[in-house]
Design a protein around this ligand. Structure first.
Ligand code: ZN
Length: 499
């Protein structure tokens, strides 16, 4: 039996119903077989478990591991050649991203997440070319990479059955292109050819494959309204009901998506998916930037969660979510770094700080999120968007020991006034350098800034070596497709936002 006593000057165990942090001073957590067995004063627990190995100690503040509730890829699109563009143009831009083997790719972003305190990731795999066996092979390699590095992951394969490039059918898109581009562009679109049934098969197969893996769960991800037919949306709702699976769906990310929903349904995207039975506590809406007041009220009524992707919304020119209105409507909000984050480095501490800072509108009486509310988004609420909701996001007896140890001296050196509450100091000042140890399911996976299970340097060297090669034939061809289709895509949306 694996046992540890984790000792800290302060344990931030949760944020309570009144949005106040619950902090235990000079306390310890006794962990056995990955589960938190007891929490109490250090003096008492040391006495009781004096023969067990100790982690942490003086100068440590411990928190639940963070949950990055919306993630797609390893190396960022920017690193792989795609410039930041408004979302609809970025779909074309990112066609040119270079290829990297899924294991190295996944490990790369896992390193970045773990070193900023993330213990669980919601991995939404957006695009995988090829037939069912090759899609399953890629998915398995991604999931295995998380297991290799020791991270907890909720995986889903994004469902899509239409409109792969613009908010219109693939046939119409090809028709809009100059004739010399049609063949290469259709070839690219055809590479994502899994039928809806096959895509759902990916969910079923992976769900049973990882049934007995404590660190891996599988859920559903209908990609976005425009990407799914009515039939596909209805089928997803049915499967979610039958299996109890959680769902994560991009929705209303840009004003163009709000306009698309109006044209397709006559109402809002949220009303529409609600009418198909998709909206409920099992649903998390990714982005939701363009929800109106009625949508927010409907989210609240149905108990659905929002995943706020703060930096992504800025980088892809999508707009700014009014999260104060969601907070006012008691909608649980999680945080997602999405593809990259502001520094292009999947830093959860920075994502939290950005969310804390961006939503402070002018006007003394105007509401704004507190440090505790943002912390709750990155912990308990993030957990709520995954199938692990009962076991992660808090430090409580019976829950999984997913814990981050912060070096308080690194955060506060050379001085931090004690009038500022501890959690405010953590949110405003903690950097990657302050993350000392990361524990997932009771196992130390990051210690003194070193990854315990995987050779970090070696993986980075392999990535460098692999991508130092010349473009493959496919990569060259995709660069050309991306460059040449961009103006057609841009033209398609002209006038969409004019009233
Ligand atoms: Zn996304």
């Amino acid at each position: 039996m694996h046992k540890n006593l984790i000792v800290a000057d302060a344990l931030i165990i949760e944020v309570d119903r009144n949005n106040e942090p619950v902090i235990l001073k000079n306390s310890a957590v006794f962990v056995q077989d990955g589960i938190i067995k007891e929490i109490g004063p250090t003096v008492e627990l040391r006495q009781k478990y004096q023969t067990e190995p100790e982690i942490g100690g003086t100068g440590i503040v411990a928190t639940p591991g963070f949950i990055n509730a919306h993630h797609h890829v390893g190396l960022t699109p920017f690193q792989l050649g795609a410039r930041d563009q408004p979302l609809e143009l970025w779909f074309a831009e990112r066609v040119k991203m270079r290829d990297l083997c899924p294991r190295l790719d996944t490990l790369f972003s896992a390193f970045e997440m773990i070193s900023s305190g993330v213990t669980t990731v919601q991995h939404l795999q957006s695009r995988a070319p090829g037939n069912l066996p090759s899609v399953l092979d890629r998915a398995t390699k991604i999931v295995s990479a998380y297991t290799e590095v020791g991270m907890r992951a909720s995986y889903s394969f994004a469902l899509r059955d239409q409109n792969r490039m613009i908010y219109e059918s693939d046939e119409k898109f090809i028709e809009l292109l100059p004739s010399q581009l049609r063949s290469d562009a259709s070839k690219y679109l055809r590479s994502f050819s899994l039928s809806l049934d096959e895509q759902l098969e990916v969910f079923n197969i992976l769900k049973s494959k990882y049934k007995y893996n404590d660190l891996i769960e599988v859920q559903l991800a209908p990609a976005n309204l425009h990407w799914l037919s009515d039939r596909a949306l209805e089928t997803t709702a049915k499967i979610a009901e039958q299996t109890g699976a959680k769902i994560h769906m991009h929705l209303l990310e840009t004003p163009y998506q709000a306009e698309y929903a109006k044209r397709r349904t006559g109402g809002t995207a949220l009303e529409f998916i609600d009418s198909l039975g998709l909206l409920g506590p099992q649903m998390t809406i990714g982005h939701g930037v363009w929800m109106n007041d009625d949508d927010i009220a409907l989210m609240s009524k149905r108990g659905a969660c929002l995943c706020h992707n703060c930096s992504s919304n800025l980088r892809l020119k999508s707009g700014t979510t009014d999260i104060n209105s969601f907070l006012n409507g008691n909608v649980p909000i999680a945080l997602g770094i999405d593809e990259a984050g502001i520094n292009d480095d999947r830093d959860m501490l920075q994502e939290m700080r950005l969310a804390l800072t961006l939503h402070r509108p002018a006007g003394h009486q105007k509401p704004f999120p507190s440090a505790a509310q943002i912390f709750k988004m990155a912990t308990e609420n993030g957990a709520l968007t995954t199938p692990f909701s009962e076991s992660i996001g808090k430090l409580k007896t019976g829950m999984s020991a997913d814990i981050v140890l912060f070096d308080w001296k690194d955060i506060t050196w050379p001085y931090q006034d004690n009038d500022i509450p501890l959690l405010d100091v953590l949110l405003r000042r903690a950097k990657r350098s302050s993350v000392k140890t990361v524990i997932v399911g009771g196992e130390i996976i990051y210690k003194d800034k070193r990854f315990v299970k995987v050779d970090h340097k070696n993986i980075l060297d392999q990535i460098h070596q692999d991508l130092s090669r010349k473009d493959t034939f496919e990569e060259l061809s995709r660069r050309n497709v991306s460059k040449n289709i961009l103006s057609t895509v841009e033209k398609f949306y002209l006038g969409w936002l004019e009233k």
